[in-house]
Design a protein around this ligand. Structure first.
Ligand code: BGC
Length: 746
């Protein structure tokens, strides 16, 4: 039986034609645009210079309440702060403060200067509901899921008193050592861009001004994921072609989705800090991508131009940043303290200041703040259903979980199965959260893996036996092993070791986890390893030893339910990796889409790590333990009749996909290509499209993935675009498998 590709499958076509699409602000008809522009000019014309500068400063909210703290809801706003707001000293505040304080701030602003504030905070994957970290969520490859999460987060953010969030983080990242790999979509521009754009659409809605949505912020612009050595905040050296082919596309997709704001990154890019780069901010972001929203510096990044060594002091820093196109300064007062002098001396033009203010006002108008400065709590509350959001978080955790190994069909655990569950993290709800959780667990479901397995009908004997970074209590482990033939062991690392400022030179599993796995196997038990963590980790020995491996990431507040649902088969496995799982720390960055070399590594029984004089290491495999795109189902799926044809501007990749097993399967069909000959060395494979298909046992689906031919091309240094004549394609379940197919593009 054949059936049409699942209709609500992930659309690849719009991604595939990103190169060709002109910029269009979402929902902005020409009339509306003109209206916003004239209102911007009207407001600008009545501002004093000081009030203009105020619009360009985002102050730190926690200094504005008594007593000072991170969460300001329920606390008293200082009168002096409200007076500053009335005077128009700030254009924005960072920090969440609850609806009542939000409305007080906006009332003060409207009574005084007459311009409402952008009130922003980092709601990356968690507001009241905690969803899986973005790296996990990306493994769903599910745009609709991201959009729905964006919708839900927008409303919850408003209830926290914020109209702006610093997400999506769309930094393509290859290096597992970089802690911030947790915050983005992984190593593939296409997946990162599609998921990020979907989140923008969810957060901002079809109409950002409807009182139920908030402004998004695409960050960190650009190339942050390429920081040398995977060390956070480190310098980036990058060819222009790499910028355009790899790091820029997700930002282009976010701009096309209408993202309201963009945050330049901390690092220096080929020597020039992004915060002071005219090339990146004016020439590319505004000139080429057509972005007409607002840029906001990263935390203190304007002042840090002094640390970079490209500015002598705050005045110098302000001059470089605003001239480069940085509209608003986060936290530090370089603009506030220096712009008057800088304009007077001619180092910054009045037009530059006015343009920056225009960009800020434009976002405020688009957000509808002038028309309804206050949050209508009743209206927002009516669309927030905590139970529904938790169900969404559970769905997200299910879809983010990746089944990496399942030998002998040890999984799914049947109802009533008896298992021993070991490891501290298996019973720790806090450790399900992830790097940008909002620290307030009162709203979360707080489900642990232990809770989830029990709720799904598993007969669980839990003992801690070991901590992830500590020692094994051998006696306790032995006792646990005596209780069941199947042992579910929770491995990985704590979320506090990933995220910002958490780069790691070692990405092997810490503590005595290997010893735990060895002991379990030495006692003849079946080992189900469930790996938690905020980065790809190296666990080649455990991958060998374990009977089953489940990559659970940091699955969020309902994570315990969602991960257990996959382990027990209540939900079929859905996730596929969006990063490679490295074989060792020393091979990082390890990624399937690496550039071809003159001496590609060749492997054999005699040379398992690669033959000498080929591009490999002597002591670690270049092959990922699990490659990008990989993930199993509980069924078996066969690919046949793979073919490529070119119809005018479109390349059509087709395949018959059959469920040859006995359970339902959710298959993710992926298309990779490699240019047979190009003027520069190209990735050995690159993802160009994908489509999900649901298959019942015995069912075959004919899947077609249509990709714009133009999207197979690439940029060379100097911006020249090249479309090679012929390609090799693989239509496959992951980035390392499939049958090569040659085709001519023209
Ligand atoms: C991070 C940003 C974040 C900002 C505000 C910075 O340290 O790099 O991602 O949005 O802080 O919290």
């Amino acid at each position: 039986m054949k059936k049409e590709t699942e209709k609500k499958g992930i659309g690849v076509c719009k991604a595939a034609v990103w190169l060709a699409m002109p910029f269009l602000a979402v929902g902005a008809a020409f009339g509306e645009l003109a209206d916003v522009e004239s209102r911007v000019e009207e407001v600008l014309s009545r501002l004093t210079f000081e009030q203009k500068v105020g619009q360009l400063w985002q102050c730190l909210g926690k200094d504005m309440v008594e007593p000072a703290s991170g969460d300001m809801s329920g606390e008293t706003l200082k009168e002096s702060f409200l007076a500053d707001i009335r005077a128009g000293r700030y254009g924005s505040v960072i920090g969440k403060r609850g609806v009542a304080n939000y409305n007080r701030i906006q009332r003060a602003a409207m009574e005084g200067v007459g311009i409402p504030l952008l009130i922003g905070n980092d709601m990356i994957h968690s507001v009241r509901t905690c969803y899986p970290i973005p790296l996990a969520l990306a493994c769903s490859w599910d745009e609709d899921l991201w959009r729905r999460i964006g919708e839900a987060m927008a409303a919850e953010s408003l209830l926290e008193g914020c109209n702006w969030t610093f997400t999506p983080m769309i930094d393509v990242a290859f290096d597992a050592r970089w802690g911030r790999i947790a915050e983005g979509g992984g190593s593939e521009p296409l997946v990162t861009g599609l998921m990020g754009a979907a989140l923008v659409r969810g957060l901002q809605g079809a109409d950002m001004a409807d009182g139920l949505h908030i402004a998004a912020c695409a960050k960190h612009y650009v190339g942050y994921g390429a920081s040398l050595g995977g060390r956070d905040y480190n310098a980036v050296e990058m060819a222009d072609s790499t910028l355009r082919n790899v790091y820029l596309p997700p930002f282009k997709m976010a701009v096309e989705a209408g993202v309201a704001t963009v945050m330049p990154a901390f690092h220096s890019f080929n020597g020039v800090p992004c915060s002071a780069s005219k090339y990146l901010l004016r020439d590319i972001l505004r000139g080429e991508l057509g972005f007409d929203g607002m840029t906001i510096s990263d935390w203190a990044a304007v002042k840090e131009l002094v640390n970079h060594g490209v500015a002598a002091d705050g005045a110098d820093a302000a001059e470089s940043a605003i001239n480069a196109g940085m509209d608003m300064e986060m936290v530090t007062p370089c603009y506030a303290e220096n712009l008057a002098r800088l304009v007077k001396s001619g180092r910054v033009s009045m037009k530059t200041v006015d343009d920056a203010v225009r960009n800020v006002l434009r976002v405020k108008f688009r957000l509808g703040l002038f028309d309804h400065p206050e949050i209508d709590e009743a209206k927002v509350s009516a669309v927030v259903d905590p139970a529904e959001n938790r169900a969404l978080a559970r769905e997200a955790a299910r879809k983010s979980t990746v089944l990496l190994k399942n030998e002998g069909g040890v999984l799914p655990l049947g109802k009533g199965a008896k298992v021993a569950l070991v490891g501290d993290i298996a019973a720790n709800a806090w450790q399900m959260m992830g790097c940008w959780n909002t620290k307030d667990m009162s709203n979360f479901e707080n489900a642990t893996l232990l809770d989830g397995l029990k709720a799904d009908g598993i007969d669980v004997e839990y003992s801690k036996a070991y901590t992830l970074r500590g020692r094994v209590d051998t006696e306790e482990l032995e006792k646990a092993l005596a209780k069941a033939d199947i042992v579910v062991a929770a491995f990985g690392d704590y979320w506090e070791n990933s995220g910002e400022g958490n780069s790691s030179a070692k990405i092997e599993l810490p503590g005595e986890q290997l010893k735990v796995a060895q002991t379990i196997k030495a006692r003849g038990r079946k080992l189900v390893a469930v790996v938690f963590g905020g980065r790809p980790m190296a666990f080649p020995e455990i991958a060998e030893l374990a009977d089953a491996i489940v990559m659970a990431w940091n699955p969020g507040g309902s994570g315990g339910w969602g991960v257990a649902d996959v382990i027990t088969g209540i939900a079929e496995p859905y996730g596929r990796l969006t990063v490679d799982m490295p074989s060792a720390s020393g091979v990082c960055p390890q990624f399937y889409s690496r550039t071809t070399t003159g001496r590609p590594a060749t492997f054999s029984r005699k040379h398992p790590f690669g033959r000498r004089f080929t591009s490999c290491y002597n002591d670690a495999s270049l092959k990922a333990v699990y490659p990008f795109g990989y993930g199993l189902t509980y069924s078996t799926v066969a690919y046949s009749n793979e073919a490529v044809r070119v119809e005018g501007d479109t390349a059509v990749f087709s395949v018959d996909v059959s469920n040859t097993g006995s359970r339902d399967a959710s298959e993710l069909v992926q298309v990779y290509v490699h240019a047979d000959k190009a003027s520069i060395a190209r990735p050995r494979r690159e993802l160009k499209g994908f489509r999900r298909v649901a298959l019942s046992p015995g069912e075959t689906a004919h899947v077609e993935i249509r990709v714009a031919v133009k999207s197979l091309g690439f940029f060379c240094d100097g911006g020249r675009f090249e479309l090679p004549e012929s390609f090799t394609a693989w239509i496959a379940p992951d980035s390392e498998s499939g049958r090569p197919l040659q085709f001519a593009a023209k």
